[in-house]
Structure formats: structure tokens, C-alpha cells
Ligand binder design. Structure first.
Ligand SMILES: [Fe+2]
Ligand SMILES: [Fe+2]
Length: 327
């Protein structure tokens, strides 16, 4: 996942189960209380199912849309080695989308419908991907900061109460860790380069720092669904806790890179790096569709979906042929 910054849309849907499901509810609650996993075969409250479908779908959309800012640099990577690394990274993101759409399907969602919801704007993806990647240093900054924030967000989901989501996350987190390192290593190389490269590095960090803090979503006091998600074991930490963890992890790394972070209020207090105020107006504007790339991202995704229709048709025809042969 790329964050909790999808806007105020989680946990909707009322729970309309018949009275005789009371026993099932007791079993569900007991599984949660024992920190066991809920599996697709298990009964679950309608609200739990709906919340998970939405969260997993938005997470999947973020992986797929997240391929765009960096995918744009594959043909312009400065060396064969950098191109191979970037190709591998962007392909990983496609794989993450695939695992996550599959996890959503175990809850009864249809992949076609989820794609439709993304393209028509009824489901969101992480707002971070509405910022452009304007220089090569942005590829490094995205790996270091955006994938870095993603890891902090995602590691706790490896312990999510819903089994298929939790298991998908374990592999995703391993790959995210490679993404974060390749970004840091790219930036470290720039930091040892020319003055121009160091300027490019600083500029990229200046532009990606605040959006990466926004990836953790609104502050806790403006995040009304957190309590229910935590009670369901979908969420393990609040937005502000995760954001703090990310800042604490990242500030010392900025030192190694020799860059400053664009926050004059950043201060070490009781072993924690406290950051200055976040511009939530900017965050909300990007959520409303006013980011630099909102339109471009969805248009590109829509074109890719249309252009890929023949692949889906061919795969369906192939599967049908083999099913007939097997029968
Ligand atoms: Fe990913
Ligand atoms: Fe990643």
C-alpha cells in the first residue's frame, strides 16, 4: 500500500446479517480476540468485508497507478544498470497490484468492477502519485521516501486480521525494502557526484518530503474510522504513530545523504524527531483532483485498459478452451 491517504471513505456499509448469525459473530469476535486470522471461508460482518474490499482495492490501485511516475523514466535511465533496476522495481509494483486484486477477489469483489471504480473515480489511489517525477533524482526520492513510507505503513498489515491480505503483504514488504534501498543508493550516488547532481538531489527531496508525510493520512483527531479498523484488526497503529515512525527512521538517513529536509521546525524531542505543521489544504486539494497529474494518471490507466482488451479476451478464450478439453 501506499498509504492511508485515500480520503474519508473507509468503513462504510451497514451490517445487515440475519439474527441467526449471532453465533457466527461470537466466533468472529473470538478469532479476533485470539489474534487468529479470518479466512475467506469464515463468516464476517458485512462492514468488515466492505471495509477490506475498499482498502485492498485502493491499495491495489495505488500499486498500479504508482507505476506511472517512475515508468516514465525507464527509457531515460542514465545507464543499463539503472534501467534494469528501475524495470524490476516497476514490474514489482504491477505484481503487488496483482496480489492485492486477488486478495480482494477472495472477498467476493470482481476485478473488472474494481478497475471500473478506479477509472470512473469512485475509488481512490494514493494521492502521492498525482505529483510528477520531473528529474532523474525524483526516481531516487520516490524509492527512498515514498517506498520508505509505504514500508512503514505496510509492515503492520502483515499482521492484519484478514489472512489473504496479511500474507500478500509479507512478500510485498520484502520487495518494498529493495525499492527503498535502490532509491537511497541512487541518491547516495548523486550526493557524491557533481554540484549539479547535488542540487538535483536536494530539489527532489524538497518536493517529495511533505507529500510522503501526507501518505500516512489525516491526523488522528481527523481520522474517525481508525478506531473501528483497529478494533477489527485491520489497522494496528494510528496514522500519527506511523508518521512519527517514518520521520524517526528517515531524518538520520537524510544526514547520510547530506541533504536538508524542508522543515525548519524539525526538532529532536525525547528521542523523537518532531515535524512542523503539514499543509492539509494541499493534501485535500490533491484528493479533490487538483494535483498536477490526477487527470493524466487516470487517462493513462484508461488507455492502457482499453488497449489491453485483446489480452484479456485472449486469456479468457484460452482458459475456456482448456476447461472444455478438461471436461
Ligand atoms: Fe508496491
Ligand atoms: Fe514499491
Amino acid at each position: 500500500m501506499y498509504g492511508n491517504d485515500f480520503g474519508p471513505s473507509a468503513n462504510e456499509g451497514e451490517d445487515v446479517r440475519p439474527i441467526d448469525d449471532a453465533a457466527a459473530q461470537v466466533r468472529f469476535d473470538a478469532l479476533l480476540a485470539d489474534d487468529e486470522r479470518i479466512e475467506p471461508r469464515d463468516w464476517m460482518p458485512a462492514g468488515y468485508r466492505k471495509t477490506l474490499i475498499r482498502q485492498i482495492a485502493q491499495h491495489a490501485h495505488s500499486e498500479i497507478i504508482g507505476m506511472q511516475p517512475e515508468g516514465n523514466w525507464i527509457t531515460r535511465a542514465p545507464s543499463l544498470r539503472r534501467k534494469a533496476i528501475l524495470l524490476a522495481k516497476v514490474q514489482d509494483e504491477a505484481g503487488h497490484g496483482l496480489y492485492l486484486y486477488s486478495a480482494a477477489e477472495t472477498l467476493g469483489a470482481e476485478r473488472d468492477e474494481l478497475t471500473e471504480m478506479l477509472i470512473t473515480g469512485r475509488q481512490r489511489y494514493s494521492s502521492i502519485f498525482n505529483y510528477p517525477a520531473v528529474t532523474w533524482a525524483d526516481v531516487g526520492a520516490i524509492g527512498w521516501l515514498v517506498d520508505g513510507a509505504a514500508i512503514v505503513n505496510q509492515v503492520p498489515i502483515c499482521r492484519c486480521s484478514y489472512g489473504p491480505y496479511a500474507r500478500a503483504m509479507i512478500r510485498i514488504c520484502k520487495e518494498e525494502s529493495f525499492h527503498q534501498r535502490q532509491g537511497f543508493e541512487l541518491l547516495l550516488t548523486l550526493s557524491r557526484g557533481t554540484d549539479h547532481q547535488r542540487t538535483m538531489l536536494q530539489d527532489a527531496v524538497d518536493r517529495w518530503w511533505w507529500p510522503s508525510l501526507m501518505m500516512f493520512g489525516p491526523p488522528d483527531d481527523a481520522s474517525p474510522n481508525t478506531a473501528q479498523s483497529m478494533a477489527w484488526g485491520i489497522k494496528r497503529h494510528t496514522n500519527d504513530e506511523l508518521r512519527q515512525r517514518f520521520v524517526d527512521m528517515t531524518v538520520p538517513q537524510a544526514d547520510v545523504l547530506g541533504v536538508s529536509l524542508p522543515d525548519p521546525d524539525l526538532e529532536l524531542v525525547d528521542d523523537h524527531w518532531r515535524h512542523g505543521p503539514i499543509d492539509w489544504d494541499e493534501f485535500n486539494a490533491v484528493l479533490r483532483g487538483e494535483g498536477a497529474c490526477n487527470r493524466q494518471r487516470i487517462e493513462h490507466r484508461t488507455t492502457a485498459h482499453t488497449d489491453g482488451a485483446w489480452v484479456r479476451d485472449a486469456a479468457a478464450a484460452y482458459a475456456e478452451k482448456h476447461q472444455r478439453a478438461a471436461a
